[in-house]
Design a protein around this ligand. Structure first.
Ligand code: ZN
Ligand code: ZN
Ligand code: ZN
Ligand code: ZN
Ligand code: ZN
Ligand code: ZN
Ligand code: ZN
Length: 459
């Protein structure tokens, strides 16, 4: 038997881009760091004499490599013979051996390491004075932007200002320039800048007591429309007419429904699904925000107020935002199993072979979820610990929840429910975090990816 080893000096500053992993654990892995590496083999265990075995050259697509046979024998790549001096393309998951494994030859599996997606940075210089809130004079915290003047404030500072304006029943003026504020929302781009500044100069951070106080005042979770001036004259509405955006009103602006009518200081929320407005009301016991994504949705609110859509006020149908327990699911969400179609098909087949329906399986797992039998650390929703089957979520968040539950359905499945060819697949080391599964069909088919990563820097 022959032992493989890399003949080129390993450079510590170079990253390992691929590995040859022996199927026999008595042999060690060969790490490939250089673009071109000649692999040598010892002729016999005792001898120090070495022979070239093969040369592996990384292809520019970073997705495959060329393997050239430098030995005096045939090399097998995925059971295909590669003659002396000939070359073959190898991909992640390809198996290379000097001869048939039943004759005692070691087999190596070629694995390409997932690469960090190349990030693009632009360095900018910024006067931190521009990143300060004019109410508290500190660097913004959870920055919100007021429109149309586009001045920026801490969420907590502006929320407090908003509350006091509403108490006075006056229109909301910008604390900085006194312009009437029609709209305020969190600014995610500036939020990143806010965090970069504090990272660069920690002395600008404020005390944790200040932060707690600010956060407790902060009430702006999704874009707020502060004034809805009603247009007296009929005008054609076109999306390009920016002024018209502030003239949209909600059904309760015009008419009293459920014993409530908006007034001029009513704060409105904009529904993320239909774009319509609803009054922001914290004391009616109806969810106006999806707990999973913190965005506003109108369906549950209008349902509770007995308001149906009309031509002048298109509203969302109740289906778009309702409790998890009342939803139905007819197909596996495209997000499931990290969008890996092979795994989605396996799950579908498996449910069919068990004689069950997807709805039935999901309902069973929602029950386990409610009983807190499932670890929620990797659940891709906000406020994961607060969510129950009575929580209303938007359709997107529901799909995320179903995908999360289907992961648990699969990892706890007894293997005899899987087709034999699916059950015998080995787990990919990178598990659900594997990137190769998205661009290498062969790899996605050969390895199981509904499992935890056991290698790499994945959490
Ligand atoms: Zn502030
Ligand atoms: Zn302003
Ligand atoms: Zn209204
Ligand atoms: Zn809506
Ligand atoms: Zn949501
Ligand atoms: Zn939240
Ligand atoms: Zn993989």
């Amino acid at each position: 038997m022959e032992k493989g080893e890399s003949s080129t000096p390993t450079l510590s500053e170079d990253e390992v881009w691929a590995k040859l992993i022996p199927t026999d654990s008595r042999y060690s892995e060969i790490e490939l760091r250089l673009k071109e590496t000649v692999i040598c083999s010892e002729v016999k265990h005792s001898s120090s004499e070495k022979q070239d075995w093969c040369k592996i050259t990384r292809n520019v697509d970073l997705d495959s490599a060329m393997m050239q046979n430098r030995s005096l024998k045939e090399i097998l790549v995925d059971e295909t013979v590669v003659q002396e001096e000939h070359a073959a393309v190898i991909k992640c998951g390809s198996e290379i051996s000097l001869g048939p494994s039943d004759e005692g030859y070691v087999k190596y599996r070629f694995e390409i390491m997932p690469t960090e997606e190349s990030r693009r940075y632009i360095q900018i210089y910024l006067d931190v004075e521009y990143a300060k809130c004019c109410i508290c004079l500190n660097i913004w915290h959870d920055v919100v932007t007021a429109a149309p003047c586009l001045h920026n404030f801490c969420n907590g500072c502006f929320s407090e200002w908003l509350r006091r304006s509403q108490e006075r029943r006056s229109s909301v003026l910008c604390p900085h320039c006194r312009a009437v504020v029609h709209f305020v929302g969190r600014n995610h781009f500036l939020h990143n800048i806010e965090q970069d500044i504090l990272l660069a100069d920690p002395s600008l951070k404020r005390s944790s007591e200040d932060i707690v106080l600010l956060d407790s005042n902060a009430s702006i979770k999704s874009p707020l429309v502060l004034s809805s001036r009603k247009s007296s004259r009929k005008r054609e509405r076109s999306p390009s007419d920016a002024a018209d955006r502030w003239e949209h009103s909600c059904p309760q602006c015009d008419t009293e429904y459920g014993g409530y009518q908006c007034n001029e200081s009513t704060v409105h929320l904009q529904c993320q699904a239909c774009g319509g407005m609803m009054p922001s009301r914290s004391n009616v016991g109806v969810q106006q925000h999806c707990l999973g994504c913190d965005r506003a949705f109108c369906a549950a609110y209008w349902h509770s107020q007995g308001v149906n859509g009309s031509n002048s006020h298109p509203l969302c149908s109740p289906e778009t935002f309702k409790p998890i327990a009342e939803r139905t699911v007819s197909r596996i969400p495209s997000l499931a199993h990290e969008k890996n179609h092979y795994e989605q098909n396996i799950t579908e087949r498996c449910i069919r072979q068990m004689g069950r329906s997807l709805q039935d399986v999901v309902a069973e797992w929602i029950l386990k979820f409610d009983k807190r039998e499932i670890d929620r650390t990797r659940m891709p929703l906000n406020h994961a610990e607060m969510i129950t089957s009575r929580t209303s979520t938007c359709s997107e968040c529901y799909d995320k929840l179903v995908s999360f539950l289907l992961y648990w359905f699969r990892v706890t499945l007894i293997s005899h429910h899987l087709a034999p060819e699916d059950a015998q697949r080995q787990d990919c080391w990178y598990g659900y975090a594997c990137r190769t599964q998205h661009h290498n069909q062969e790899h996605a088919r050969k390895r199981n990816h509904v499992c935890r990563p056991t290698r790499g820097n994945h959490v």
